[in-house]
Design a binder for this molecule. Structure first.
Ligand SMILES: Cc1cc2nc3c(=O)[nH]c(=O)nc-3n(C[C@H](O)[C@H](O)[C@H](O)COP(=O)(O)OP(=O)(O)OC[C@H]3O[C@@H](n4cnc5c(N)ncnc54)[C@H](O)[C@@H]3O)c2cc1C
Length: 416
């Protein structure tokens, strides 16, 4: 029976393998590290004496490929979030709090209601968002919506930096439009925020690994692909250092690796080469904390931390496009971000609680117009070698949704 060799067990690799295994295909999944999940995983942190996520991950209910993946692995119920779409914000400079509340249905009348929209904005300001629909491939976010004003500071900038993990002056406008179209453009039901209820691995990873085992897939951890042998227009062998796998006729390979790793294994492959950092700080509080209205997260304007997530006695912050900050010592980062958390939760800024700073230097590729043009499609120039990963040309920013969709695209190309 023809076998598909999926290399890399991040969400792109897992979604490829799950789709193929569910369709009855023989699958072997190889992962260089000792656990699955890649950039979206949980692990035990000895200093905090609990499991933490490598970074906070926020989804929206309109992320339809991810929702399908979670349903496929039986984990749809493990996401948590408000019953209706609501995005709470705090301006740390003024102490002002507000909530963005899109309405049901496609007609966005929430922009007409001052209690639902961003403070100090008028509905006319929001029409600037339509410029994303027409933005050419060379346009940046600020080319479309400018770089000042209440709506820019309190909506476009936090949204674009989070979605594109790039500074707004460089971020590709054409990548933001599909996000708007697939979520805000579809109304309240498509933009309910969701986070993993008990951690990233429990939601996105472990149920997938269990399903793959149940479906007879082979999973090999601590197995790094080091080279691929090609003959004419096909891959013929996989070199894992201590062992070599010969590819039989009909076998396929799906590389779901970070872009530079894929480029080192596929001759003449063009990939995005630049990346940006994300820094997360996790604080273990003395007792459970809550945010207003039981919401599990809060957008922060005007601080070091951009988003705050609270789960039980853990408060965690995210700072995207954090290249200026990523080389600072962890205690400096922890002090700066704790100041923001303490203000948001109404806690004393001293003493600093136990913390862990997680720096992901290459969190995603730099989502600029120039780098976005370097995204390849699902098929490589070798007939039996396919590509997946959040950096593949899905049309979406490099997010869970892009990673999972790229896996679905690769599986569809193989299944035919
Ligand atoms: C801190 C942080 C916060 C984020 N926040 C969000 C968010 O809020 N919302 C959102 O949607 N997205 C978010 N993302 C993005 C999301 O995590 C990624 O888009 C997604 O996890 C990428 O999955 P992937 O499978 O494409 O890549 P990866 O997760 O990088 O998977 C690649 C896998 O390949 C393995 N590998 C590498 N080389 C080899 C080799 N030679 N042989 C075998 N295996 C190999 C790696 O170990 C890894 O497991 C965030 C990312 C980070 C880092």
């Amino acid at each position: 029976m023809a076998r598909t060799h999926v290399i890399g067990a991040g969400l792109a690799g897992l979604s490829t393998a799950v789709s193929l295994a569910r369709a009855g295909h023989a699958v072997t999944l190889y992962e260089a590290s000792g656990q699955a999940g890649g950039r979206c995983r949980s692990y035990f942190d000895a200093r905090l004496d609990c499991a933490i996520d490598n970074g906070n991950h926020l989804l929206l209910t309109g992320n339809k490929s991810t929702m399908r993946y979670l349903a496929d692995i039986g984990a749809a119920g493990s996401l948590v979030g408000p019953a209706s779409a609501c995005f709470p914000f705090l301006d740390l400079r003024t102490g002002r709090r507000w909530r963005l509340r899109p309405n049901a249905g496609r007609l966005p009348w929430w922009i007409l209601d001052a209690r639902r929209r961003v403070p100090d904005t008028s509905f006319r300001d929001y029409l600037s968002g339509l410029r994303f629909a027409l933005a050419g491939a060379d346009r940046t976010v600020t080319d479309c919506v400018g770089d000042r004003g209440a709506l820019f500071e309190q909506f476009w900038e936090p949204l674009a930096v989070a979605a594109l993990n790039s500074p707004v002056r460089a971020g590709a406008a054409c990548l933001l439009w599909p996000v708007l179209r697939e979520t805000f453009g579809k109304g309240e039901a498509a933009c309910r925020p969701r986070i993993a209820g008990t951690g990233l691995s429990g939601t996105f990873v472990d149920p997938a690994v269990d399903l793959l085992h149940r479906r007879g897939a082979v999973i090999r951890f601590a197995t790094r692909l080091r080279g691929v042998t090609y003959r004419s227009a096909e891959a013929r062998g996989l070199d894992f250092g201590t062992e070599t796998v010969t590819l039989e006729d009909g076998d396929s390979v799906v590389l779901t690796l970070p872009p530079t790793a894929a480029a080192s294994l596929v001759p003449d492959l063009t990939v995005p080469e630049e990346s940006h950092a994300i820094v997360n700080a996790h604080f273990r509080l003395s007792g459970p904390a809550g945010l207003p209205a039981e919401l599990p997260f809060l957008g922060l304007i005007g601080g070091t931390a951009q988003w705050l997530f609270v789960r039980g006695d853990m408060a965690s912050t995210t700072t995207s496009a954090a290249d200026d900050m990523v080389d600072e010592p962890p205690d400096v980062i922890a002090r700066k971000t704790w100041r923001d958390v303490a203000a948001a939760l109404g806690r004393d800024p001293d003493p600093l609680p136990p913390y862990r700073v997680v720096k992901e230097k290459r969190a995603t590729f730099a989502q600029t117009p120039a780098q976005a043009r370097r995204r390849p499609g699902t098929r490589s120039r070798f007939a039996n070698v396919y590509l997946a990963g959040d950096w593949i040309d899905t049309g979406l920013p490099a997010t869970i949704e892009s990673a999972v969709r790229s896996g679905h695209m690769a599986a569809r190309a193989i299944i035919g």
